[in-house]
Design a protein around this ligand. Structure first.
Ligand SMILES: [Zn+2]
Length: 66
């Protein structure tokens, strides 16, 4: 049983850390098309952040709600 937001069927996979200072990268869909839908949904509840190690925008943090 897998959880899928968009139903695209791509498995989620975390990009491997490439530096010693990488924070754990957020798992994302493997397929580019699925990623687009997934990112749109994720952006509603999360902020995309650059990894402090590799500098790529691979980390999603839950938005703070006030
Ligand atoms: Zn990184």
């Amino acid at each position: 049983m897998s959880i899928s937001i968009c139903g695209g069927g791509s498995p989620l996979e975390a990009p491997p850390a490439t530096t010693d200072t990488c924070e754990p990268h957020t798992p994302k869909p493997v397929g580019v098309l699925d990623w687009g839908e997934w990112a749109e949904e994720m952006s509603k509840t999360h902020d995309q952040t650059a990894c402090p190690g590799c500098g790529l925008f691979l980390i999603w943090r839950p938005k703070e709600t006030h």
